[in-house]
Design a protein around this ligand. Structure first.
Ligand code: BGC
Length: 746
């Protein structure tokens, strides 16, 4: 009897479980196609539910639909590590003790690797950290084009070339999204400086828009398959970019077929009607004092919250736009928060530190090495003097929204000391005092960098010690304070701050063996460059900064980084700065709080300007030395003429002729010989990083199609390659072309 009762119970449970499984709504069934699931979820939602999921409910999180079991969506900055937790409705720290992360190198360093494999590794690693912290959307990477070295936020971007940025951003996106975490590519688009960023209207011609400023975003969407994109703060065509009909509706969603969600930059939405019609899908960060004024939920006053519902209720809008937004947000949720197959991720793992160090090692650029004074080492009694605030300063705190709470950060001096053990002695002199602060939204470095000595006293001390050293390493540059490499404002000068030029000049006189390590996310003026035998561009490298710098200085790693942007001699050499205030920072409109900035240099951005105008830079785009030597052979092609629908394969041998293993980046540039429209002297259309043992040769091939020969014809609104002669140039930098050949497009 007992047995029968138990069997009946088991049977009843089994039947009800089967029924439950059968009843599982389609939208939760991950075996069903995504679009069917989205439509099913949408059909079960009320208008109020749909409104609920298209705006934030806290600083970094938006609502799900609890009654349908659709979870919240959690976002996080990005792009160099996972931001520490803030309070629900405030920017200040939540005070968690388990939210520190690995700080990966800044994106300029990643771009300088010229290695898409590193971008993929970066994406996978940071995506795993996001996953472990329960985040669904990573606010990054950024791929705005480097237009001026004054832009405070260039360190978060991928340099001045649309092709390089596109190849790198798409791999980063793929890597992140392999974790079931969306990359939210930012800041779409034309956000090329920070000064007055919310009140600046960009005027740019369509050729520059399509050839320079959009390709990296397009690559992120089409090659990388990005699930989210962030609108920018500024304006284009007199409309804010978070609700910009042309950029969001026509180009992103129309021409490129983007099916993901457009997320606003924090506070980037300004108008309900425009947000409804002009492509904004998910509103975040709109300022509100609702909580202080006693509203039950401050987020109800967001532009895409109750004000939107009111317009629907009044009959001013139907629900077509709302359905489209909700669909996009649901798609994003199903790809991330509702992906039950995604992994658990990991945080601060040895693998992540190793990835950070590899990317740092590969991104450091050896700019100059006269007489081969680097790498140091070999001589046990060597006395090294390190000078400069940036040798000490922790750089992962500050700079704006990319600020991090790193689990550990090896400073340059600590990295050098550890590496020099048993090999050299290291002494230190401060040299200059820059910015001794180190805090952001409640995260503090805890470093006491106070030093009240005068600039003269500091220089005198450094010079006296330098005279007695075998070698001096000056470590300076910019930092993450306002007016340097930081969000929200631009630099005010191209020169190094805090009197560093004086320190470097004095050191160069005191000791001929001077190495300058510049830490920055931007080019800086280097008036002393010819007097300094070795210059290293070291970026903001994050947790492994000191170790990576030491790897290169002492030769554990043979440098292979290449500049992702030019280092002009002076600011006036930059295209954006050649047209007075109209070109940068813009001209104020009468009677309104709005500036117009005119990108008058058109497509001639970065090296495209310098090459075409024949202006010699201090260090060219693509430049970077090695401790070994590489020889490039003769560029050859599989044909001399190419059909419009065909392609041409170009090959070149590269040989390591030195005595150390190393890696060279073979760069392929194309120019049109007799263009009917103004075209840059040459443009990057291919690159390949090749690792070679001493004496080893490899053949690099590039297959290019008409796409690489085309310019954007604004009148016809299409890409055009005119039949005629083109030249392909292969080299190791934009100013170091080793072999060229002509071919014809039929
Ligand atoms: C920045 C974004 C960032 C967001 C959230 C904004 O100020 O421009 O890049 O993702 O804040 O912190």
């Amino acid at each position: 009897m007992k047995h029968t009762k138990a069997s009946a119970l088991v049977l009843a449970i089994a039947v009800s479980l089967m029924a439950a499984a059968k009843d599982k709504p389609l939208y939760l069934d991950t075996t069903k196609p995504l679009e069917e699931r989205v439509e099913d979820a949408l059909s079960r939602m009320t208008t109020a539910d749909k409104i609920k999921i298209i705006h934030a409910q806290s600083k970094f999180c938006s609502s799900g639909v609890p009654s349908l079991g659709i979870p919240e969506l959690w976002t996080t900055d990005g792009p160099h590590g996972i931001r520490p937790e803030v309070k629900w409705d405030e920017w200040h720290q939540a005070g968690w003790t388990n939210d520190s992360c690995v700080a990966f190198p800044a994106l300029t360093c990643l771009a300088a690797t010229w290695n898409p494999e590193m971008a993929h590794l970066y994406g996978v690693s940071i995506g795993e950290e996001a996953r472990f912290r329960g985040k669904d959307v990573l606010l990054g990477p950024g791929c705005n084009i480097y237009r001026t070295p004054l832009n405070g936020r260039n360190f978060e971007y991928l340099g001045e070339d649309p092709y390089l940025a596109g190849e790198m951003v798409s791999e980063y996106v793929r890597g992140v999204q392999e974790n079931g975490v969306a990359a939210c590519v930012k800041h779409y688009a034309l956000n090329n400086n920070e000064h007055w960023r919310s009140n600046t209207n960009v005027i740019v011609d369509d050729r520059a828009l399509y050839e320079i400023y959009l390709p990296a975003f397009k690559a992120a969407v089409q090659k990388g398959g990005a699930w989210a994109i962030m609108g920018a703060y500024n304006l284009y065509d007199n409309q804010h970019l978070c609700h910009n009909d042309r950029l969001l509706n026509k180009i992103l969603k129309g021409e490129w077929g983007f099916d993901g969600a457009v997320i606003s930059d924090w506070g980037g939405v300004h108008d309900t009607r425009e947000a409804i019609t002009n492509g904004m899908d998910l509103e975040f960060g709109t300022w509100t004092d609702g909580l202080h004024e006693g509203a039950s939920n401050a987020y109800d006053s967001y532009y895409l919250a109750l004000p939107y519902l009111e317009l629907i209720n009044k009959g001013e809008f139907g629900t077509d736009e709302l359905d489209d937004k909700a669909r996009r947000v649901l798609r994003l949720m199903m790809r991330t928060a509702m992906d039950s197959s995604k992994g658990l991720g990991e945080m601060c793992s040895p693998a992540h530190y190793e990835a950070a160090r590899r990317i740092g090692d590969e991104g450091i650029v050896l700019l100059r090495n006269e007489g081969g004074i680097l790498p140091l080492g070999g001589d046990k009694s060597m006395k090294i003097l390190v000078v400069g605030e940036n040798a000490l300063k922790k750089m992962t705190v500050g700079g704006g929204s990319s600020s991090l709470k790193a689990q550990r950060e090896i400073s340059p001096i600590d990295g050098l000391r550890a590496a020099a053990e048993g090999m050299a002695t290291i002494d230190f002199a401060r040299g200059y005092v820059g910015d001794i602060t180190g805090s952001y939204n409640g995260v503090v470095t805890g470093q006491n960098l106070e030093d009240n000595r005068s600039p003269r006293e500091l220089i005198d001390e450094a010079v006296a010690k330098a005279a007695d050293a075998d070698c001096v390493i000056f470590i300076g540059g910019l930092n993450k304070s306002d007016g340097q490499d930081a969000e929200g404002c631009d630099r005010t000068t191209y020169a190094l701050p805090y009197g560093q030029d004086d320190v470097i000049t004095a050191l160069a006189k005191a000791n001929p063996n001077l190495v300058v390590v510049n830490i920055s996310g931007n080019a800086v003026a280097m008036p002393w460059a010819d007097k300094v035998p070795a210059i290293v561009q070291a970026w903001f490298i994050g947790s492994e900064a000191g170790n990576a710098i030491a790897d290169v200085i002492f030769g554990k790693v043979n440098p292979s980084g290449k500049l992702p942007f030019s280092f002009p001699v002076k600011l006036e050499d930059v295209g954006a700065h050649s047209f007075g205030t109209e070109g940068y920072p813009g001209i104020k409109r009468d009677g309104v709080d709005l500036w117009d900035i005119n990108y008058k240099e058109g497509v001639l951005v970065g090296y495209r300007w310098l090459d075409t105008k024949k202006i010699k830079p201090r260090f060219a785009f693509g430049h970077g030395l090695s401790y070994t030597d590489f020889k490039l052979g003769k560029l050859t092609a599989d044909r001399t003429e190419m059909d419009a629908d065909g392609n041409i394969t170009l090959s070149i041998d590269v040989t390591n002729t030195g005595s150390r293993p190393g890696a060279e980046v073979v760069q392929l540039y194309i120019s049109e010989n007799k263009p009917v429209v103004l075209r840059p002297a040459k443009e990057l259309k291919g690159f390949r990083k090749v690792a070679l043992q001493p004496g080893e040769t490899k053949t690099v091939t590039f297959t290019i199609t008409k796409e690489a020969l085309s310019y954007f014809d604004a009148d016809a609104h299409r890409w055009v390659a005119k039949p005629g002669q083109f030249t392909a140039h292969a080299g190791t930098a934009s100013d170091d072309i080793r072999s060229s050949l002509r071919f014809k497009l039929r």
